[in-house]
Design a protein around this ligand. Structure first.
Ligand code: ADP
Ligand code: MG
Ligand code: MG
Length: 361
C-alpha cells in the first residue's frame, strides 16, 4: 500500500535539516496517527495518549509564531518544526512529566525523523486567542481581571513541574547556584552588539546601570531549581472557551543549550515583563493612552504576581520563588527581547526599547 503524504525532510549541505509540510500533509498524518498506521521510515512516533478519529480538513494558524502550526479537523494542532534541530528538545520529556496537568492543551503525540524532533501533536483549544491579542484588548480597555487567572495558572504550572513523576523523580533540585550572573551579562553584551542606531547608543549609555541591576545574581544563594517553561510570555497563554492554557514548551529561543532546571523566578520575571510589552503594543498599535497604559501595566503586574505567590502558597510550594532574582532576570529578559528582535523580528525592537527607556527616564 502506498503511504499517504508525510512531510519532506531534507538535509542541507551544512548538515542542518529543513522540513516542509505541504497542503494536505497534516490532515493525512493525523489520520495515520488515529488509525495507528506505521509511520514511513525514518519517521517514528511517540504516543502520549491515543488519538481520537479526527474530522477531515486542515487550516494553518496565521498568528506570529516561530514554527508552523496547522489545525487538523478543528480538533488537533500539529506544530511542525520547519528547521528541526538536533539539539535535545525539552518538550517531549516535559509533556510526559506534565501528564494530567489541566492547564495546557492535551498532548497526544511526538513525531521524530531519525532521532530529531519534527512535530508535536496536541488538542486544539476551540476559540483560542493568544495574549498578543486577548491581553492587548484588556490593556486597551484598562481591565486587569485576567491577572488573577494567569498568575494562578503560572503557579499551577510550577507546582506541577515540582511534583515528582517517573520522568523527573527529583523535580526540585538544590545544587550550588549556576552561573546566573555570567549568563545575564552575556545577554547584555549580545544585546549591545546586535542593537544598532539610536537604540544601540541609548543602550550603550545605560549599560552601566543595567549591569548594576544584575549584581544580586552574583550573590544569589542556594535556590530551588525546577524544570521551568523557559519562554513564558503572554503569547504562550491562550484564552479559550474554558479559560486559560499555557502552551509552547520549546524553551527560550535566544538561549543555546539552556540548562532546563532554573529558578521559578525566571518564568515569573518573563511573564511580568511581557505585560510591559503588552502595554507597548497597546500604545503603538491601538493608540492606547500612554499614562493610562502605564497605570494598567503596574496594576496588571502586581495582580499577576500576587496571584502567582498565592497560588504557590496554596500548593504548599512558596519555597520555589526567590523574589530577589526577579528584577535581574527581568533585565536579562529585556536584553533577550532585543536579541530576538535583531535575529528574528526587527519590528519587535520598539517593545523592549520602550520598556528599557521607561525604566531610566
Ligand atoms: P511557536 O513555537 O511557533 O511559537 P506555539 O506552540 O506557541 O508555537 O503555537 C503558536 C500559536 O498557535 C499560538 O500562539 C496560538 O495562537 C496557536 N496555538 C498553539 N497551540 C494551540 C492549541 N492547542 N489550540 C489552539 N491554538 C493553538
Ligand atoms: Mg509560541
Ligand atoms: Mg516556541
Amino acid at each position: 500500500m502506498e503511504h499517504s503524504p508525510w512531510p519532506v525532510v531534507e538535509r542541507r549541505p551544512d548538515g542542518t535539516l529543513t522540513l516542509e509540510a505541504g497542503a494536505g500533509v497534516t490532515e493525512s498524518v493525523v489520520r495515520d496517527l488515529a488509525d495507528g498506521a506505521v509511520p514511513p521510515p525514518p519517521f517514528t512516533v511517540w504516543t502520549l495518549a491515543p488519538l481520537p478519529a479526527v474530522p477531515p480538513g486542515e487550516r494553518a494558524i496565521t498568528v506570529d509564531q516561530t514554527n508552523h502550526s496547522v489545525i487538523a479537523g478543528e480538533a488537533m494542532v500539529v506544530k511542525w518544526f520547519p528547521a528541526p534541530s538536533r539539539a535535545p528538545h525539552p518538550a517531549p520529556a516535559l509533556l510526559t512529566h506534565l501528564a494530567g496537568f489541566a492547564g495546557t492543551a492535551t498532548p497526544y503525540a511526538v513525531i521524530f525523523w531519525e532521532d530529531v524532533l519534527v512535530a508535536l501533536v496536541t488538542a486544539y483549544l476551540p476559540g483560542s486567542r493568544d495574549g498578543w491579542e486577548w491581553c492587548v484588548d484588556e490593556a486597551a480597555a484598562g481591565r486587569t481581571g485576567f491577572a488573577t487567572g494567569i498568575g494562578r495558572l503560572a503557579a499551577e504550572l510550577h507546582a506541577a513541574m515540582a511534583s515528582p513523576s517517573a520522568t523527573f523523580p527529583d523535580p526540585v533540585r538544590l545544587p550550588p547556584p549556576p552561573a546566573f550572573a555570567a549568563r545575564a551579562e552575556g545577554a547584555l553584551r549580545e544585546a549591545l552588539s546586535l542593537t544598532d542606531g539610536e537604540d544601540g547608543e541609548w543602550l550603550a549609555r545605560h549599560a552601566g546601570e543595567l549591569l548594576a541591576e544584575l549584581v544580586p545574581l552574583a550573590s544569589a544563594g542556594r535556590t530551588p531549581l525546577i524544570h521551568i517553561h523557559g519562554d513564558l510570555h503572554v503569547g504562550q497563554i491562550l484564552q479559550w472557551r474554558d479559560g486559560y492554557a499555557v502552551v509552547d514548551f520549546d524553551g527560550n529561543p535566544t538561549v543555546a543549550e539552556a540548562e532546563v532546571f532554573q529558578p521559578a523566578a525566571r518564568d515569573l520575571a518573563q511573564l511580568l515583563t511581557s505585560l510591559d510589552h503588552v502595554g507597548q503594543v497597546a500604545v503603538r498599535r491601538r493608540s492606547a493612552d500612554p499614562a493610562a497604559t502605564a497605570a494598567w501595566v503596574r496594576a496588571a503586574r502586581t495582580e499577576t504576581e500576587t496571584a502567582y505567590v498565592n497560588g504557590l502558597a496554596h500548593a504548599g510550594r512558596a519555597d520555589l520563588l526567590d523574589r530577589s532574582l526577579l528584577r535581574p532576570f527581568e533585565v536579562e529578559q529585556e536584553c533577550r527581547e532585543l536579541i530576538y528582535a535583531a535575529r528574528h523580528l526587527p519590528r519587535w525592537r520598539y517593545a523592549p526599547m520602550g520598556v528599557l527607556r521607561g525604566w531610566f527616564t
